[in-house]
Write a protein that binds this ligand. Structure first.
Ligand code: PLP
Length: 442
Protein backbone atom coordinates (compact mmCIF):
# COMPACT_ATOMS: atom_id res chain seq x y z
CA UNK A 1 0.00 0.00 0.00
CA UNK A 2 1.11 3.54 -0.80
CA UNK A 3 2.05 5.58 2.24
CA UNK A 4 1.03 9.23 2.39
CA UNK A 5 3.89 11.34 3.88
CA UNK A 6 1.25 13.78 5.18
CA UNK A 7 0.10 11.07 7.58
CA UNK A 8 3.43 11.30 9.41
CA UNK A 9 2.59 14.69 10.91
CA UNK A 10 -1.09 13.78 11.32
CA UNK A 11 -0.19 10.66 13.32
CA UNK A 12 2.11 12.65 15.59
CA UNK A 13 -0.38 15.54 16.02
CA UNK A 14 -3.28 13.21 16.90
CA UNK A 15 -1.08 11.33 19.33
CA UNK A 16 0.10 14.47 21.09
CA UNK A 17 -3.41 15.89 21.20
CA UNK A 18 -5.38 12.88 22.42
CA UNK A 19 -3.27 9.90 23.50
CA UNK A 20 -2.26 9.53 27.15
CA UNK A 21 0.93 7.45 27.28
CA UNK A 22 2.15 4.65 29.58
CA UNK A 23 4.83 5.24 32.24
CA UNK A 24 5.55 8.82 31.11
CA UNK A 25 5.35 12.45 32.02
CA UNK A 26 3.12 13.55 29.17
CA UNK A 27 4.56 16.98 28.42
CA UNK A 28 7.80 16.41 26.59
CA UNK A 29 6.99 13.24 24.65
CA UNK A 30 8.06 13.00 21.02
CA UNK A 31 7.01 9.50 19.93
CA UNK A 32 8.36 7.89 16.80
CA UNK A 33 5.69 7.20 14.19
CA UNK A 34 5.52 3.82 12.48
CA UNK A 35 3.37 3.01 9.49
CA UNK A 36 4.38 -0.53 8.56
CA UNK A 37 6.91 -3.31 8.90
CA UNK A 38 8.14 -6.67 7.71
CA UNK A 39 10.48 -9.16 9.39
CA UNK A 40 12.87 -7.18 11.61
CA UNK A 41 12.28 -3.85 9.85
CA UNK A 42 9.83 -1.01 10.34
CA UNK A 43 9.16 2.17 8.40
CA UNK A 44 7.33 5.43 8.85
CA UNK A 45 5.01 7.30 6.48
CA UNK A 46 7.95 9.14 4.92
CA UNK A 47 9.69 5.87 4.05
CA UNK A 48 12.42 6.09 6.71
CA UNK A 49 13.42 2.54 7.67
CA UNK A 50 14.38 1.21 11.06
CA UNK A 51 16.13 -2.03 11.95
CA UNK A 52 14.38 -3.26 15.09
CA UNK A 53 16.66 -4.39 17.92
CA UNK A 54 13.83 -4.04 20.48
CA UNK A 55 10.96 -6.23 19.23
CA UNK A 56 8.88 -3.31 20.62
CA UNK A 57 8.45 -4.39 24.25
CA UNK A 58 10.36 -7.61 23.55
CA UNK A 59 7.22 -9.20 22.18
CA UNK A 60 7.42 -9.31 18.36
CA UNK A 61 9.25 -12.63 18.31
CA UNK A 62 8.01 -13.71 14.88
CA UNK A 63 8.74 -10.33 13.27
CA UNK A 64 6.35 -7.89 11.68
CA UNK A 65 3.44 -8.89 9.47
CA UNK A 66 4.13 -12.60 9.28
CA UNK A 67 1.85 -13.54 6.35
CA UNK A 68 0.51 -16.76 7.91
CA UNK A 69 -0.44 -15.04 11.16
CA UNK A 70 -2.06 -12.12 9.36
CA UNK A 71 -3.98 -14.56 7.14
CA UNK A 72 -5.18 -16.56 10.16
CA UNK A 73 -6.52 -13.42 11.84
CA UNK A 74 -8.34 -12.46 8.64
CA UNK A 75 -9.76 -15.96 8.22
CA UNK A 76 -11.02 -16.04 11.82
CA UNK A 77 -12.49 -12.55 11.38
CA UNK A 78 -14.60 -13.92 8.53
CA UNK A 79 -15.96 -16.71 10.74
CA UNK A 80 -16.49 -15.34 14.26
CA UNK A 81 -14.77 -12.34 15.82
CA UNK A 82 -15.87 -12.69 19.46
CA UNK A 83 -17.46 -15.16 21.85
CA UNK A 84 -18.25 -15.41 25.59
CA UNK A 85 -15.43 -17.49 27.14
CA UNK A 86 -17.94 -19.93 28.70
CA UNK A 87 -18.70 -21.30 25.22
CA UNK A 88 -16.36 -23.70 23.45
CA UNK A 89 -14.51 -22.25 20.50
CA UNK A 90 -12.37 -24.22 18.05
CA UNK A 91 -9.57 -21.65 17.73
CA UNK A 92 -9.25 -21.38 21.52
CA UNK A 93 -9.18 -25.17 21.97
CA UNK A 94 -6.50 -25.54 19.32
CA UNK A 95 -4.42 -22.72 20.81
CA UNK A 96 -4.59 -24.36 24.27
CA UNK A 97 -3.63 -27.74 22.82
CA UNK A 98 -0.58 -26.33 21.01
CA UNK A 99 0.59 -24.30 24.03
CA UNK A 100 0.36 -27.37 26.29
CA UNK A 101 2.23 -29.41 23.66
CA UNK A 102 5.14 -26.95 23.64
CA UNK A 103 5.17 -26.74 27.46
CA UNK A 104 5.47 -30.53 27.58
CA UNK A 105 8.34 -30.81 25.07
CA UNK A 106 10.88 -31.77 27.73
CA UNK A 107 8.68 -34.29 29.52
CA UNK A 108 6.45 -32.10 31.72
CA UNK A 109 2.75 -32.95 32.01
CA UNK A 110 0.86 -29.69 31.82
CA UNK A 111 -2.78 -30.08 30.91
CA UNK A 112 -4.82 -26.88 30.62
CA UNK A 113 -4.55 -23.18 29.78
CA UNK A 114 -6.41 -20.27 31.35
CA UNK A 115 -6.37 -17.42 28.85
CA UNK A 116 -5.96 -13.74 29.73
CA UNK A 117 -5.49 -10.49 27.80
CA UNK A 118 -1.78 -10.10 28.57
CA UNK A 119 1.01 -10.80 31.01
CA UNK A 120 -0.11 -8.90 34.10
CA UNK A 121 -3.46 -10.66 34.33
CA UNK A 122 -1.71 -13.96 33.63
CA UNK A 123 0.34 -13.40 36.79
CA UNK A 124 -2.76 -12.24 38.72
CA UNK A 125 -4.48 -15.51 37.89
CA UNK A 126 -1.43 -17.68 38.55
CA UNK A 127 -1.19 -16.09 42.02
CA UNK A 128 -4.92 -16.66 42.53
CA UNK A 129 -4.55 -20.33 41.54
CA UNK A 130 -1.58 -20.80 43.87
CA UNK A 131 -3.35 -19.18 46.81
CA UNK A 132 -6.53 -21.18 46.37
CA UNK A 133 -4.65 -24.42 45.74
CA UNK A 134 -2.36 -24.13 48.78
CA UNK A 135 -4.71 -22.28 51.13
CA UNK A 136 -1.72 -20.03 51.88
CA UNK A 137 -1.30 -16.33 51.32
CA UNK A 138 2.21 -14.99 50.88
CA UNK A 139 3.79 -14.55 47.46
CA UNK A 140 7.57 -14.31 47.18
CA UNK A 141 9.15 -12.57 44.22
CA UNK A 142 12.46 -10.85 43.50
CA UNK A 143 13.28 -7.17 43.80
CA UNK A 144 14.69 -7.15 40.29
CA UNK A 145 11.58 -8.15 38.37
CA UNK A 146 8.61 -6.89 36.41
CA UNK A 147 5.35 -8.84 36.54
CA UNK A 148 2.75 -6.37 35.24
CA UNK A 149 0.57 -3.40 36.07
CA UNK A 150 -2.76 -4.46 37.59
CA UNK A 151 -4.07 -5.18 41.07
CA UNK A 152 -6.71 -2.82 42.30
CA UNK A 153 -9.71 -3.54 40.04
CA UNK A 154 -11.04 -6.61 41.83
CA UNK A 155 -10.55 -5.03 45.27
CA UNK A 156 -12.58 -2.04 44.07
CA UNK A 157 -15.33 -4.37 42.83
CA UNK A 158 -18.51 -4.32 44.92
CA UNK A 159 -20.10 -7.72 44.32
CA UNK A 160 -19.23 -11.22 45.54
CA UNK A 161 -16.30 -11.49 43.19
CA UNK A 162 -14.31 -9.18 45.48
CA UNK A 163 -14.43 -11.37 48.59
CA UNK A 164 -12.30 -14.34 47.48
CA UNK A 165 -9.89 -12.04 45.69
CA UNK A 166 -8.59 -9.34 48.03
CA UNK A 167 -5.11 -10.32 47.09
CA UNK A 168 -3.21 -7.04 46.95
CA UNK A 169 -1.51 -8.16 50.13
CA UNK A 170 1.06 -10.59 51.39
CA UNK A 171 3.89 -9.82 48.96
CA UNK A 172 7.45 -10.36 50.17
CA UNK A 173 10.55 -9.70 48.09
CA UNK A 174 14.01 -11.22 48.03
CA UNK A 175 17.20 -10.76 46.02
CA UNK A 176 17.91 -13.05 43.10
CA UNK A 177 21.38 -13.68 41.69
CA UNK A 178 23.18 -10.88 39.77
CA UNK A 179 26.90 -11.50 39.95
CA UNK A 180 27.97 -8.23 38.32
CA UNK A 181 26.27 -6.29 41.12
CA UNK A 182 26.24 -9.04 43.73
CA UNK A 183 24.26 -8.54 46.95
CA UNK A 184 26.18 -11.47 48.39
CA UNK A 185 29.83 -10.39 48.03
CA UNK A 186 30.20 -13.23 45.55
CA UNK A 187 33.09 -13.43 43.14
CA UNK A 188 32.09 -16.50 41.19
CA UNK A 189 28.84 -17.80 39.72
CA UNK A 190 28.98 -20.77 42.10
CA UNK A 191 29.16 -18.46 45.14
CA UNK A 192 26.40 -16.22 43.78
CA UNK A 193 24.11 -19.18 43.15
CA UNK A 194 24.79 -20.84 46.50
CA UNK A 195 24.45 -17.64 48.54
CA UNK A 196 21.32 -16.45 46.71
CA UNK A 197 19.73 -19.84 47.45
CA UNK A 198 20.76 -19.61 51.10
CA UNK A 199 19.20 -16.11 51.28
CA UNK A 200 15.98 -17.37 49.68
CA UNK A 201 15.73 -20.28 52.08
CA UNK A 202 16.26 -17.94 55.04
CA UNK A 203 13.47 -15.65 53.73
CA UNK A 204 11.16 -18.67 53.39
CA UNK A 205 11.98 -19.79 56.94
CA UNK A 206 11.66 -16.30 58.40
CA UNK A 207 8.30 -15.66 56.74
CA UNK A 208 7.04 -19.09 57.80
CA UNK A 209 6.99 -21.82 55.13
CA UNK A 210 3.37 -22.72 55.94
CA UNK A 211 2.21 -19.24 54.94
CA UNK A 212 3.85 -19.11 51.51
CA UNK A 213 1.61 -19.89 48.55
CA UNK A 214 3.86 -19.06 45.63
CA UNK A 215 7.34 -18.28 44.51
CA UNK A 216 6.97 -16.12 41.41
CA UNK A 217 10.11 -15.66 39.33
CA UNK A 218 11.02 -14.58 35.84
CA UNK A 219 13.02 -17.55 34.56
CA UNK A 220 15.44 -15.03 33.07
CA UNK A 221 14.60 -11.60 34.52
CA UNK A 222 14.10 -9.41 31.44
CA UNK A 223 13.38 -5.74 32.06
CA UNK A 224 15.64 -5.91 35.13
CA UNK A 225 18.63 -6.59 32.87
CA UNK A 226 18.50 -10.06 31.26
CA UNK A 227 19.91 -11.66 34.38
CA UNK A 228 20.66 -15.18 33.19
CA UNK A 229 20.59 -17.32 36.36
CA UNK A 230 23.93 -18.94 37.27
CA UNK A 231 24.29 -22.73 37.10
CA UNK A 232 22.37 -24.47 39.86
CA UNK A 233 20.18 -21.53 40.87
CA UNK A 234 16.90 -22.53 39.20
CA UNK A 235 17.35 -26.16 40.24
CA UNK A 236 17.86 -24.90 43.79
CA UNK A 237 14.72 -22.74 43.64
CA UNK A 238 12.76 -25.72 42.32
CA UNK A 239 14.08 -27.85 45.18
CA UNK A 240 13.16 -25.25 47.83
CA UNK A 241 9.64 -24.83 46.38
CA UNK A 242 9.11 -28.59 46.43
CA UNK A 243 10.56 -29.00 49.92
CA UNK A 244 8.33 -26.32 51.43
CA UNK A 245 5.19 -27.12 49.41
CA UNK A 246 5.25 -23.79 47.57
CA UNK A 247 3.81 -23.38 44.05
CA UNK A 248 6.64 -22.34 41.72
CA UNK A 249 5.33 -19.91 39.09
CA UNK A 250 7.65 -19.24 36.15
CA UNK A 251 6.84 -15.89 34.57
CA UNK A 252 7.75 -16.61 30.95
CA UNK A 253 5.94 -13.56 29.59
CA UNK A 254 9.15 -12.10 28.14
CA UNK A 255 11.50 -15.09 28.19
CA UNK A 256 9.03 -17.58 26.68
CA UNK A 257 8.11 -18.57 23.13
CA UNK A 258 11.58 -18.74 21.67
CA UNK A 259 13.25 -15.64 23.10
CA UNK A 260 16.04 -17.63 24.79
CA UNK A 261 16.33 -20.18 21.97
CA UNK A 262 13.93 -22.61 23.71
CA UNK A 263 10.15 -22.69 23.53
CA UNK A 264 10.18 -21.88 27.24
CA UNK A 265 13.28 -20.54 28.98
CA UNK A 266 13.05 -22.99 31.89
CA UNK A 267 13.35 -25.91 29.44
CA UNK A 268 16.94 -24.82 28.78
CA UNK A 269 17.75 -25.02 32.50
CA UNK A 270 16.29 -28.49 33.05
CA UNK A 271 13.70 -27.21 35.52
CA UNK A 272 9.90 -27.58 35.46
CA UNK A 273 7.77 -25.03 37.31
CA UNK A 274 4.28 -25.73 38.70
CA UNK A 275 2.59 -22.93 36.74
CA UNK A 276 3.81 -21.03 33.68
CA UNK A 277 2.58 -17.56 32.74
CA UNK A 278 2.94 -16.35 29.15
CA UNK A 279 1.91 -13.50 26.82
CA UNK A 280 4.04 -11.46 24.35
CA UNK A 281 5.74 -14.07 22.10
CA UNK A 282 2.79 -16.51 22.16
CA UNK A 283 1.40 -14.56 19.18
CA UNK A 284 3.93 -11.71 19.03
CA UNK A 285 1.25 -9.31 20.23
CA UNK A 286 -0.62 -9.31 16.90
CA UNK A 287 -3.78 -9.46 19.06
CA UNK A 288 -3.58 -9.04 22.88
CA UNK A 289 -3.19 -12.45 24.55
CA UNK A 290 -1.70 -14.10 27.64
CA UNK A 291 -2.41 -16.97 29.99
CA UNK A 292 -1.47 -19.52 32.62
CA UNK A 293 -0.41 -23.10 31.81
CA UNK A 294 -1.73 -25.45 34.48
CA UNK A 295 -0.76 -29.02 35.51
CA UNK A 296 -3.40 -31.68 36.30
CA UNK A 297 -3.09 -31.45 40.10
CA UNK A 298 -3.97 -27.75 40.15
CA UNK A 299 -6.46 -27.90 37.26
CA UNK A 300 -8.44 -30.74 38.85
CA UNK A 301 -8.50 -29.03 42.26
CA UNK A 302 -11.18 -26.93 40.57
CA UNK A 303 -13.29 -29.79 39.20
CA UNK A 304 -15.85 -29.33 41.98
CA UNK A 305 -14.75 -26.03 43.42
CA UNK A 306 -15.52 -22.79 41.56
CA UNK A 307 -12.51 -20.95 40.13
CA UNK A 308 -13.29 -17.33 41.07
CA UNK A 309 -11.66 -15.57 38.11
CA UNK A 310 -12.52 -14.58 34.56
CA UNK A 311 -12.24 -12.03 31.77
CA UNK A 312 -14.69 -11.08 29.01
CA UNK A 313 -12.05 -11.68 26.35
CA UNK A 314 -10.46 -14.84 27.79
CA UNK A 315 -9.32 -16.83 24.75
CA UNK A 316 -10.60 -14.24 22.26
CA UNK A 317 -11.06 -15.97 18.87
CA UNK A 318 -8.91 -13.52 16.87
CA UNK A 319 -6.11 -13.85 19.44
CA UNK A 320 -6.52 -17.64 19.62
CA UNK A 321 -6.38 -17.99 15.83
CA UNK A 322 -3.23 -15.89 15.78
CA UNK A 323 -1.68 -18.12 18.49
CA UNK A 324 -2.33 -21.25 16.42
CA UNK A 325 -0.81 -19.70 13.30
CA UNK A 326 2.15 -18.29 15.25
CA UNK A 327 3.06 -21.59 16.90
CA UNK A 328 2.66 -23.48 13.62
CA UNK A 329 4.76 -20.97 11.68
CA UNK A 330 7.46 -20.84 14.37
CA UNK A 331 7.61 -24.64 14.33
CA UNK A 332 7.60 -25.03 10.53
CA UNK A 333 10.14 -22.28 9.94
CA UNK A 334 12.55 -23.22 12.76
CA UNK A 335 12.25 -19.77 14.33
CA UNK A 336 13.13 -20.93 17.87
CA UNK A 337 16.19 -22.71 16.48
CA UNK A 338 17.12 -19.52 14.62
CA UNK A 339 16.94 -17.53 17.87
CA UNK A 340 19.42 -19.93 19.47
CA UNK A 341 21.72 -19.93 16.45
CA UNK A 342 21.74 -16.13 16.12
CA UNK A 343 22.63 -15.85 19.82
CA UNK A 344 25.48 -18.34 19.48
CA UNK A 345 27.00 -17.22 16.17
CA UNK A 346 26.06 -13.55 15.88
CA UNK A 347 24.88 -11.60 18.94
CA UNK A 348 27.12 -13.22 21.57
CA UNK A 349 30.36 -12.93 19.55
CA UNK A 350 29.44 -9.38 18.40
CA UNK A 351 28.87 -8.29 22.00
CA UNK A 352 32.19 -9.80 23.08
CA UNK A 353 33.96 -7.95 20.27
CA UNK A 354 32.19 -4.69 21.14
CA UNK A 355 33.17 -5.05 24.80
CA UNK A 356 36.77 -5.75 23.83
CA UNK A 357 36.76 -2.55 21.77
CA UNK A 358 35.09 -0.41 24.47
CA UNK A 359 36.39 -1.91 27.73
CA UNK A 360 35.93 1.31 29.71
CA UNK A 361 32.32 1.76 28.64
CA UNK A 362 30.89 -1.75 28.56
CA UNK A 363 30.98 -3.30 32.02
CA UNK A 364 29.35 -6.59 31.19
CA UNK A 365 27.54 -8.38 28.37
CA UNK A 366 25.23 -11.29 29.06
CA UNK A 367 22.37 -13.23 27.53
CA UNK A 368 21.31 -16.11 25.33
CA UNK A 369 19.24 -16.65 22.18
CA UNK A 370 17.86 -13.26 21.08
CA UNK A 371 17.86 -11.99 24.68
CA UNK A 372 21.01 -10.00 25.55
CA UNK A 373 22.11 -6.92 27.46
CA UNK A 374 25.20 -4.76 27.57
CA UNK A 375 25.72 -2.85 30.76
CA UNK A 376 27.24 0.60 30.19
CA UNK A 377 29.32 2.17 32.94
CA UNK A 378 30.88 5.57 33.57
CA UNK A 379 33.78 3.86 35.30
CA UNK A 380 34.76 0.26 34.70
CA UNK A 381 36.36 -0.13 38.15
CA UNK A 382 33.50 1.19 40.29
CA UNK A 383 30.85 -0.08 37.83
CA UNK A 384 28.94 3.21 38.26
CA UNK A 385 26.10 3.20 35.73
CA UNK A 386 26.34 5.53 32.75
CA UNK A 387 24.09 8.51 33.56
CA UNK A 388 20.57 8.75 32.14
CA UNK A 389 21.40 11.81 30.02
CA UNK A 390 24.21 9.94 28.25
CA UNK A 391 21.93 6.93 27.73
CA UNK A 392 19.28 9.23 26.20
CA UNK A 393 21.93 10.56 23.81
CA UNK A 394 22.89 7.01 22.81
CA UNK A 395 19.27 6.20 22.14
CA UNK A 396 18.72 9.24 19.89
CA UNK A 397 21.97 8.62 18.03
CA UNK A 398 20.91 5.03 17.28
CA UNK A 399 17.45 6.13 16.17
CA UNK A 400 19.10 8.76 13.96
CA UNK A 401 21.05 5.92 12.31
CA UNK A 402 17.92 3.88 11.66
CA UNK A 403 18.23 1.43 14.55
CA UNK A 404 15.35 1.02 16.99
CA UNK A 405 17.13 0.19 20.26
CA UNK A 406 15.87 -1.06 23.63
CA UNK A 407 17.41 1.20 26.25
CA UNK A 408 16.69 0.49 29.91
CA UNK A 409 18.47 2.44 32.68
CA UNK A 410 22.20 2.11 31.91
CA UNK A 411 21.75 -0.84 29.60
CA UNK A 412 21.15 -1.53 25.93
CA UNK A 413 19.16 -4.73 25.57
CA UNK A 414 19.80 -6.49 22.26
CA UNK A 415 16.44 -8.15 21.72
CA UNK A 416 15.57 -8.34 18.00
CA UNK A 417 12.74 -10.37 16.48
CA UNK A 418 13.79 -14.04 16.36
CA UNK A 419 13.68 -13.99 12.54
CA UNK A 420 16.63 -11.56 12.44
CA UNK A 421 19.52 -12.51 10.14
CA UNK A 422 23.27 -12.50 10.78
CA UNK A 423 23.57 -9.67 8.26
CA UNK A 424 21.07 -7.57 10.21
CA UNK A 425 22.91 -8.23 13.48
CA UNK A 426 26.18 -7.15 11.94
CA UNK A 427 24.49 -4.02 10.54
CA UNK A 428 23.10 -3.14 13.99
CA UNK A 429 26.48 -3.72 15.69
CA UNK A 430 28.15 -1.40 13.18
CA UNK A 431 25.82 1.30 14.49
CA UNK A 432 26.27 0.39 18.17
CA UNK A 433 30.05 0.61 17.66
CA UNK A 434 29.87 3.95 15.86
CA UNK A 435 27.61 5.48 18.52
CA UNK A 436 29.70 4.18 21.45
CA UNK A 437 32.86 5.46 19.73
CA UNK A 438 31.43 8.99 19.81
CA UNK A 439 30.88 9.05 23.59
CA UNK A 440 33.20 11.37 25.50
CA UNK A 441 32.92 11.25 29.26
CA UNK A 442 34.59 14.24 30.87
N1 PLP B 1 5.87 -10.32 33.12
C1 PLP B 1 7.01 -10.00 32.48
C2 PLP B 1 8.25 -10.83 32.71
C3 PLP B 1 7.06 -8.92 31.60
O1 PLP B 1 8.18 -8.61 30.97
C4 PLP B 1 5.87 -8.18 31.39
C5 PLP B 1 5.86 -7.02 30.48
O2 PLP B 1 6.88 -6.51 30.08
C6 PLP B 1 4.70 -8.54 32.09
C7 PLP B 1 4.74 -9.63 32.94
C8 PLP B 1 3.43 -7.78 31.92
O3 PLP B 1 2.85 -8.09 30.69
P1 PLP B 1 1.72 -7.15 30.07
O4 PLP B 1 2.34 -5.83 29.80
O5 PLP B 1 1.26 -7.89 28.85
O6 PLP B 1 0.64 -7.07 31.09
Amino acid sequence: TELDPADQQLARDLDRAHVFHSWSAQGALNPLVFAGGEGARLWDFEGTQYLDMSSQLVNVNIGYQHPKVVAAIKAQADVLTTIDPKHANLARGRAAQLIVEKANLTGAEFEKVFFTNGGADANENAIRLARLYTGRDTVLSTYRSYHGNTGAAIVATGDWRRMPNQYARGHVHFFGPYLYRSEFWAETEEQESERALHHLERVIQAEGPDTIAALLIETVPGTAGILVPPPGYLEGVRELATRYGIVLIADEVMAGFGRTGEWFAHQGFGVTPDLITFAKGVNSGYVPMGGVIIPPAIAHAFDERVFPGGLTYSGHPLAAASVVATIEAMTDEGIVENAKRIGDVAIGPALDALKAKHPELIGEVRGLGCFWAMELVADAASRAPLPDAVMAGIRSALVGRGVLPFVQNNRIHVVPPLVVTEGEISEAFGHYDAVLSEIRLS
